[in-house]
Design a protein around this ligand. Structure first.
Ligand code: SF4
Length: 259
């Protein structure tokens, strides 16, 4: 089964029917992984900017033939054959969907996104989506293509107070404030309606221009969210940044799960 355990601390499993991204964020961890484990045994590289695969490609590594995890590195790729994998989900878990790229980037056709949604409808668990292109959620919703499943959580990644994010009454929304690149300020997150959950994290890795946040960069935002009753989750990367025990709240302990 291609749905595998994840190292991301608030998730249980990772499901990646779409990988890759064209955005080019300098701190991107997903790109580092995909580049490191990229490649396949074939010779021809398609010229298209996005690639659709109907069957796995092979990769020979250290004398062993394996299924290539990222045959085209970080180029946007749709692994259509993985859409059956959620059928193996038997109990409610937290599944991170396409965190190895951005499945809502403008280069991804609606039909691919709809296929991923369809593969998860009525499956047990909760499914977290994440993007730096929140307008795509709005566009999909206007087109009647954004499912209002109780198990779907639509997240936006932001790194500072000026970044747009997705809010909606009819679906679960959340924020991944990671990496925090600047002080968030006392009115973060701005908007008429708040989100249903917020995750905070600092930059990890060894990038030369790595940003080290301070407690004062996030404390006003955390207090604002908690004052509004929004659960907050701090990743371990905030150890030594946040002055106190890390807050680790999960919103779905009170949710009705699709089990
Ligand atoms: S939008 Fe996300 S996946 Fe794309 S480059 Fe930036 S961090 Fe990486």
């Amino acid at each position: 089964m291609a749905i595998k355990p994840t190292d991301i601390e608030y998730g249980d499993l990772a499901y990646n029917p779409i990988t890759g991204c064209q955005r080019g964020c300098p701190y991107c961890f997903a790109r580092t992984i995909a580049t490191r484990f990229g490649g396949h045994d074939g010779e021809q590289e398609p010229e298209r900017p996005v690639i659709r695969l109907t069957e796995p490609l092979k990769l020979t590594r250290k004398g062993r033939i394996i299924q290539a995890p990222y045959p085209y590195g970080f180029r946007p790729t749709f692994y259509e054959y993985r859409l059956n994998d959620p059928a193996d989900l038997k109990k409610a878990r937290t599944v991170l969907v396409c965190f190895s790229g951005d499945m809502f980037g403008p280069w991804i056709p609606d039909s691919w996104i709809e296929s991923v949604f369809l593969s998860l409808e009525s499956r047990p668990g909760r499914f977290l989506f994440l993007t730096k292109y929140p307008q795509r959620y709005t566009d999909l919703a206007r087109a009647g293509k954004l499912p209002e499943e109780d198990s779907f959580w639509y997240g936006t990644t932001v790194t500072g107070p000026g970044d747009a994010f997705f809010q909606a009454e009819s679906v679960h929304t959340w924020l991944s404030v990671e990496p925090v690149l600047e002080p968030l300020g006392p009115s973060f997150p701005d908007g008429d309606r708040s989100v249903d959950w917020a995750v905070f994290g600092a930059e990890t890795g060894r990038r030369m221009l790595k940003v080290y946040p301070a407690d004062s960069w996030i404390r006003p935002a955390v207090e604002r969210l908690q004052g509004a009753g929004v659960p907050v989750y701090m990743k371990k990367s905030l150890d030594g940044v946040w002055d106190g025990p890390l807050v680790r709240e999960l919103p779905w302990t009170t949710q009705t799960l699709n089990v």
